[in-house]
Design a protein around this ligand. Structure first.
Ligand SMILES: [Zn+2]
Length: 264
């Protein structure tokens, strides 16, 4: 059985209209609050999962670098993921695997950091970093809509250190009771993680379903590059949640970190 802990790595502001696409504000604002500038506060809720053999991190937050180019998002209360791992009783060097749902800066920024001498370093130097092959292709050759979401400094040092593990499978058992699945949707080649804990099955879905408000099939963010893929991915994920009676984790939800199925 696996143990887990949510590591909240910080918050930022995102336009509510962009977050909920074609859904009218009258409807979405009942399920997710917005401020006077129509901005929603989004969290970056990473997950630390471990057993006797492996210490695994699911996504790494925005990290500690490059905020000058991200001022639009007004990040606040950001935490160094290595520090949060230490507070949880582990050293960053002990982390065996980092699973990146996808490579947008708010999910993989914590993979690298600048040390005091100004050198760019890998945060988890002994970890295999799992990335969907198609997501990696997208990172190397981004489309026009996603190019600003990918930052070379987040993943190049990981690749250069030989720590990248590209996933081409649709399903992979990383360890007993711990599986990875490929999903389309918000972006191509996303990794969804499913694992067994003492209290049942758990699903970490990255941005396939980013907040509890996005559980409705057609509540799809305008950031999603292929909305029909998003729709199909959500239906597939909710089926898995139902079948497994799983707990689903919401990476971006400031108000609800996870929900066990079924729930009102
Ligand atoms: Zn995101």
């Amino acid at each position: 059985m696996w143990q887990y802990k949510v590591l909240v790595t910080g918050f930022f502001h995102a336009d509510g209209g962009a977050m909920f696409g074609a859904i009218p504000k009258k409807a979405w604002s009942r399920k997710y609050p917005a401020d006077e500038e129509n901005c929603c506060i989004l969290a970056m809720n990473c997950l630390l999962v471990w057993n006797e053999e492996k210490i695994i991190l699911l996504d790494t937050g925005v990290g500690t670098k490059g905020f000058e180019k991200l001022s639009y998002y007004r990040f606040y209360d950001t935490r160094d993921i290595a520090g949060l791992v230490r507070e949880s009783g582990f050293e960053p060097e002990q982390v065996t695997d980092v699973i990146l749902s996808h490579l947008h800066f708010d999910h993989c920024g914590g993979c690298t950091y600048f040390d005091k001498a100004g050198n760019l370093k890998v945060t988890f130097p002994n970890a295999k970093h799992w990335v969907g092959q198609r997501q990696w292709d997208n990172y190397l050759h981004p489309n026009g809509l996603e190019k600003d979401s990918f930052r070379p400094a987040d993943m190049w040092p990981v690749a250069e250190a030989g720590l990248l593990q590209l996933a081409e499978f649709n399903y992979f058992e990383l360890a007993e009771g711990f599986q990875l699945f490929l999903y389309k949707g918000h972006t191509t080649g996303q990794l969804v993680t499913v694992f067994d804990s003492d209290e049942g099955n758990c699903i970490f879905a990255g941005d396939v379903i980013p907040t509890k408000a996005h559980l409705s099939d057609d509540w799809i963010s305008a950031y999603d590059t292929h909305p029909l893929n998003s729709l199909a991915a959500k239906i597939r994920l909710k089926k898995k949640m139902r079948e497994n009676r799983a707990r689903l984790f919401f990476y971006h939800d400031t108000y609800c970190q996870s929900m066990k199925y079924p729930s009102k």
